[in-house]
Design a protein around this ligand. Structure first.
Ligand code: FES
Length: 458
């Protein structure tokens, strides 16, 4: 049903966040009942009334729930907002004045990463409270803060995220990704994929016109893997086709012969003498000593010295909007990419260098962004979207699935911190000695800078 709504009817207010009924950003109402559009076959809605966020209100006449979400600032990135509003409507249609706990239970499967759920509960209460008391009351009095400029469009479901954008004659891009953490690429055969009707282009590293490497600090990540893959999810080849289904089928027809290598999964193992090397001559990306004062003297002044090891886990940013990028050549031949980005000039430079173009021939136009939390500073699909658009001469849109987003993108770096801390009997710190070993994964990303920041923040 989600495909019919979004791709055939252009009703993009229902979002594609997870594709497996987990996030509820695709919530609609079918014959009065809340439904997940990504889970419902469209023919199950035959003859029934389907209400989407587009049917709730307009700029001239907002639905009271839309007004309330804006009023109490329950809209931040807005990616979850249409689903939240639809689930709230379904609740208020069947229950006259739910209390806070009942609202929380009813919206329990609608995920939000930015706003925090308190604002959402306030918004629903704001609408249901007058029903209960006969007059406007409750949370309204607490609010009245400056409203976000884009809150109304997000509450109406008309804000356009990168995956919502379409263009005439647009093709759809898809990646073939590595199933191996570490392997040589012996050969790639794209002949079957190229022969599939509806396929306009199949590209591998040989088709990357410029430097086949990008990176924020160290240029170590290939646009498309050349001789080797270094993580599960590395991009190996990409396809542009007339539909997402044809693109996916073409990807399944690409044959890659891998020769697996020993994996490197842990930073301590990576530093051992016989460790397999991922890049160049060493697995050590960066090393830094930060020093203030005399630690040994401080420890000697302490009444107690504690030695502990702390670890932080790797962490997926968990934005609800997966990565996406439509790319096209504008009337002047400038490669133009619409994408959710936290670092548009970095992305522009990466596309220009990898596509062998002067930066003036590349334009990144940021879209509204469905959550990022640092995770959309790194480059993802933008260079390949540009490459496919250049090769075909047609607009090409790449949209990551949730699994692809989880598998292939950068994570927060885990750190092991071994501390010696000196303290006096009256609780005064006299010294802190910390050794930190951090894991950037297969590629540098922002690793070196982040570790300096971790060192000075401890
Ligand atoms: Fe809910 Fe961003 S506002 S996910």
């Amino acid at each position: 049903m989600l495909e019919v709504l979004r791709d055939e009817l252009g009703l993009t207010g229902a979002k594609r966040g997870c594709e497996d009924g987990t996030c509820d950003t695709c919530t609609v109402i079918v014959n009065g009942a809340m439904a997940r559009a990504c889970r419902g076959p469209h023919d199950r809605a035959d003859g029934k009334e389907v209400l989407t966020i587009e049917g709730m209100g307009s700029a001239d006449k907002l639905h009271p729930l839309q007004e309330a979400f804006i009023e109490v600032d329950a809209v931040q990135c807005g990616f979850c907002t249409p689903g939240m509003i639809m689930a709230s409507k379904a609740l208020l249609d069947r229950r006259d004045s739910p209390d806070r706990e009942q609202i929380a239970r009813a919206l329990g499967s609608n995920l939000c990463r930015c706003t925090g759920y308190a604002g959402v509960l306030d918004a629903v209460q704001l609408v249901s409270a007058p029903k209960k008391n006969g007059e406007a009351s409750g949370p309204t009095a607490q609010w009245g803060a400056q409203q976000r400029a884009d809150a109304q469009d997000k509450a109406l479901g008309i804000s356009q995220y990168a995956a919502d954008l379409t263009m005439p004659n647009m093709l759809h891009g898809a990646f073939l990704r590595s199933p191996h953490a570490h392997a040589d690429i012996v050969s790639i055969d794209v002949s079957e994929a190229e022969a599939l009707p509806g396929v306009l282009a199949v590209v591998t590293s040989k088709g990357v016109p410029g430097l086949n490497r990008f990176g924020r600090v160290v240029k170590d990540q290939p646009v498309l893997a050349d001789d080797r893959v270094r993580q599960i999810g590395d991009a190996v080849a990409a396809v542009a086709a007339e539909s997402p289904e044809i693109a996916a089928e073409a990807v399944s027809l690409i044959r890659v012969d891998y020769r697996t290598r020993p994996e490197v999964l842990d930073p301590a193992d990576a530093l051992k003498e016989d460790a397999p090397i991922l890049h160049g001559e060493t697995n050590l990306l960066a090393e830094k000593e930060i020093k203030w004062g005399d630690v040994e003297e401080g420890l000697a002044q302490a009444d107690f010295v504690f030695e502990e090891t702390y670890t932080t886990p790797w962490c997926e940013h968990g934005y609800l909007e997966p990565e996406a990028a439509p790319a096209f050549l504008d009337d002047d031949g400038v490669v133009t990419i619409r994408t959710a980005t936290q670092h548009s000039f970095l992305h522009r430079a990466a596309v220009a260098e990898t596509m062998d173009l002067p930066v003036e021939r590349v334009r990144i136009i940021p879209t509204v962004i469905g959550g990022a939390f640092g995770g959309k500073t790194d480059v993802s699909c933008q260079p390949v979207a540009a490459l496919l658009a250049m090769k075909t001469g047609r607009p090409v849109k790449i949209v990551y699935g949730r699994e692809e987003s989880l598998t292939s993108t950068t994570k927060r770096h885990p750190i092991e911190i071994r501390c010696r801390t000196g303290v006096t009997k009256d609780g005064k710190l006299t010294a802190l000695h910390a050794e930190m070993l951090a894991d950037t994964g297969a590629y540098a990303s922002a690793g070196p800078g982040l570790y300096i920041r971790a060192g000075v923040s401890i």
